[in-house]
Design a protein around this ligand. Structure first.
Ligand code: A3P
Length: 299
């Protein structure tokens, strides 16, 4: 195997459809070339005191938050002519990260058990964005089904739902992710963490931008926050990001019709979950989160 290659592992659903993945320490990750080596090297990552890290379970609004934070750091409500993947820990080598100017807006979906220790030591600020896990699951289904790299184009929702509930997906189950980060937070009270909720951002984005600016100690008056909120609505981002990012770069990973900016709404799960699936989810949600002492609500 080439150093930059990746060994494939497969998640098989009940219909026999397979999802192509990489694996590290018993957990599945996107099979980007070199991903395993990159994960192995996370303990060596050299943090800078002004690094900002967005930590989110996949499909919770990571791209959205990255765009807002980056605009705030630059102080302009202008579309960033880059993708958040260029600062995505799973996707970028440390040498490349080292060459990037400060402040870096790192982002990742990893769980805290492999979170780079220097980011903790230097108390780098973390933004944790969370979204209704039912909408996350539906968004995740489209993400996996529509990206060529996964080979899951025939995957059906009922089978994917089962994979999510059993945690047989990239990064493991949403429940384990949220519980692990709660534990991290309890154990590291000195690390500044801002919690954001996708649904609140949809309701009132200007207020969310102001909150982020305050957390990051960025001087941003109301008109700048409003302008950033405007530039980062779903429709505006869908259009402006497509215009500024070279499509050829995306086509290697995506089917032509794949678009990260799929729907960007609250409650799409209602179009997908059956009553039985909803009941199963609610039961597990209550059980797992109550046990962990977490009081998140889903609607
Ligand atoms: P949907 O698939 O439900 O549309 P991530 O960046 O963590 O992968 O999350 C992707 C999800 O966030 C997608 O959800 C995407 O449409 C949504 N999203 C991206 N930008 C958004 C924005 N500006 N406003 C609302 N949702 C956005």
């Amino acid at each position: 195997m080439l150093a930059n290659d990746v060994q494939h592992h497969y998640i098989e659903d009940r219909d026999g459809n397979r999802i192509t993945e990489a694996m590290f320490q018993g957990r599945y990750y996107p099979a980007f070339p070199g991903v395993v080596e990159r994960l192995e090297r996370l303990p060596e990552l050299r943090a800078r005191g002004d690094d900002i890290v967005i930590c989110a379970y996949p499909k919770s609004g990571t791209h959205w938050t990255w765009e807002i934070v980056t605009m705030l750091m630059i102080g302009k409500a202008e579309t960033i002519p880059q993708e958040k993947t260029e600062q995505f820990l799973e996707n970028v080598d440390q040498e490349t990260l080292e060459s990037q100017p400060s402040p870096r807006v790192l982002n990742t979906h990893i769980l805290p058990d492999i979170y780079p220790p220097d980011l903790v030591r230097k108390k780098c600020k973390i933004l944790r964005i969370q979204r209704n896990p039912k909408d996350v699951m539906v968004s995740y289904y489209h993400h996996i089904k529509d990206r060529v790299m996964y080979g899951y184009e025939h995957g059906k929702w009922p089978a994917f739902f089962e994979l999510c509930m059993s945690g047989n997906v990239e990064y493991g189950s949403w429940f384990d992710y949220v519980i692990a980060w709660k534990k991290f937070e309890d154990e590291n009270p000195d690390v500044p963490i801002l919690h954001l909720q996708y649904e609140n951002m949809i309701k009132d984005l200007s207020t969310a931008v102001e909150k982020i600016a305050g957390f990051l100690n960025v001087t941003a008056d109301k008109s700048l926050c409003d302008a950033i909120a405007h530039a980062c609505t779903f429709d505006n981002m869908k259009q402006s990001k497509a215009e500024c990012y070279p499509k050829e770069k995306l086509e290697r990973w995506y089917k032509k019709e794949y678009n990260l900016y799929r729907k960007g709404i609250v409650g799409d799960w209602k179009n997908w979950f059956t009553d039985a699936q909803n009941e199963e989810f609610e039961k597990e949600f209550k059980r797992r989160l109550q046990e962990a002492g977490i009081s998140t609500k889903v609607e």
